[in-house]
Design a binder for this molecule. Structure first.
Ligand SMILES: Cc1cc2nc3c(=O)[nH]c(=O)nc-3n(C[C@H](O)[C@H](O)[C@H](O)COP(=O)(O)O)c2cc1C
Length: 361
């Protein structure tokens, strides 16, 4: 199932960037879950190009829920969301059909689908397909919030500028839920924007690091070997186009520490076992330990840049220089955070469906 993720709760993505519609099918949601179209619209707005630095392509995302919801609540049957593609300019891609963009999926997609894939706008490989993922995520995030579980993501670094680290998580997640540009220190936003614009003026792009925190997760989710909480999250996070790295807790930095520095000592707090630090990001042995879940992703610079790049004409076999036209974001990091929240919520709800309790999704 190439385009489906999950076991207890499944999500299937379909469509192409310049086809008539894109969408998703969600199966396994419990009946009676509230579905707030305003909340879906809000999350889709967070995925839109960031003001001032994003692509001039306007994506209004007028979604339609065509099944699985009756009188504002899930029915428990497959829920399908459709989003029409209205902002297509396929002519921008005509020159690229035979000369793949470096860093994008044009070449690998052509190999895998034997040249039959729809190449317009990146086709099925386009970041555009993250729109239905984000719409679905709004429903998943509501389901988690009903359980007291909250998810939030900020830009830890972008274009060489760092945000402040997470502090009071409850307060920080409340700020991020409303923030159009997801940073904890508003002053850094302007510096990040300036770095993005400087790259754009050179016909170039920048990447960054997204950091996610999850509050309120119970201990005991995940399994020790092949279905570790880290493994399932990493699987879903690597499905986000342009994500090239994932680390949990202190991640790669743990490798340089001694055990005495890396271990999170246990202590009692209000009758509960907690850890004094959280270097391991809330997971031990593949299983959540009840501390906040913390992880980061590395988002690479947008591959479609207007500066000249070397490629190969696949018809002639001759090397060629290409310049990518079209409307591309010089930085997709701010938009990708809404996608990161969504895939996180999908994995956690799926894992909660395996709880030994009678928890219903
Ligand atoms: C929300 C979002 C929007 C994106 N928009 C673009 C874009 O406008 N132009 C582009 O070249 N890549 C864009 N990407 C990234 C590409 O889709 C991605 O780099 C490409 O599919 C290759 O996959 P890989 O980078 O994971 O190897 C976007 C990614 C996301 C998450």
């Amino acid at each position: 199932m190439n385009n489906t993720f999950g076991r207890n709760l499944t999500l299937t993505l379909f469509g192409e960037s310049h086809g008539p519609e894109i969408g998703c099918v969600i199966d396994g949601l419990r009946p009676g879950l509230p579905v707030d179209e305003g909340a879906i619209g809000h999350r889709l707005a967070l995925r839109r190009p960031a003001a001032g630095i994003g692509t001039p392509r306007v994506e209004p995302d007028p979604f339609r829920i065509v099944s699985g919801v009756y009188r504002g609540r899930t029915t428990g049957t497959p829920l399908c969301i459709l989003i029409p593609n209205t902002q297509t300019r396929s002519g921008d891609y005509v020159n690229l059909q035979n000369t793949p963009r470096p860093g994008h999926a044009d070449y690998t997609g052509r190999i895998k689908y034997e040249g039959y894939a729809d190449p317009r706008g990146g086709g099925h490989f386009s970041g555009r397909l993250t729109a239905p993922l984000v719409a679905a995520g709004a429903i998943f995030l509501t389901a988690l919030a009903e359980r007291g579980i909250r998810v939030g993501t900020h830009i830890a670094h972008c274009g060489g500028i760092a945000d402040r680290p997470f502090g009071d998580l409850a307060a920080d997640l409340a700020v991020l839920e409303q923030a159009a540009f997801p940073v904890l220190d508003g002053a850094r936003a302007e510096q990040m924007r300036a770095a993005v614009l400087a790259a754009a003026q050179d016909g170039d792009s920048v990447g960054g690091v997204l950091e996610t925190a999850v509050l309120g997760l119970p201990a005991g989710l995940g399994a020790p070997w092949f279905d570790t909480a880290e493994g399932l999250l990493a699987h879903a996070l690597f499905s986000i186009p342009a994500v090239k790295g994932v680390e949990f807790g202190d991640g790669f930095a743990l490798a340089a520490l001694r055990g005495s520095q890396a271990n999170d000592a246990f202590r009692m707090e209000g009758g509960r076992i907690v850890t004094a630090t959280n270097h391991n990001g809330g997971i031990n042995g593949g299983i959540t330990n009840g501390m906040p879940l913390l992880f980061r992703t590395a988002v690479k610079p947008t591959p479609s840049i207007s500066a000249p790049q070397r490629s190969v004409n696949l018809s002639t076999g001759k090397e060629a220089t290409i310049q990518v036209g079209g409307r591309h974001d010089p930085c997709i990091v701010p938009r990708a955070r809404a996608v990161q929240d969504s895939v996180t919520a999908l994995v956690l709800l799926d894992l909660l469906g395996e709880e030994k309790t009678d928890f219903a999704l």
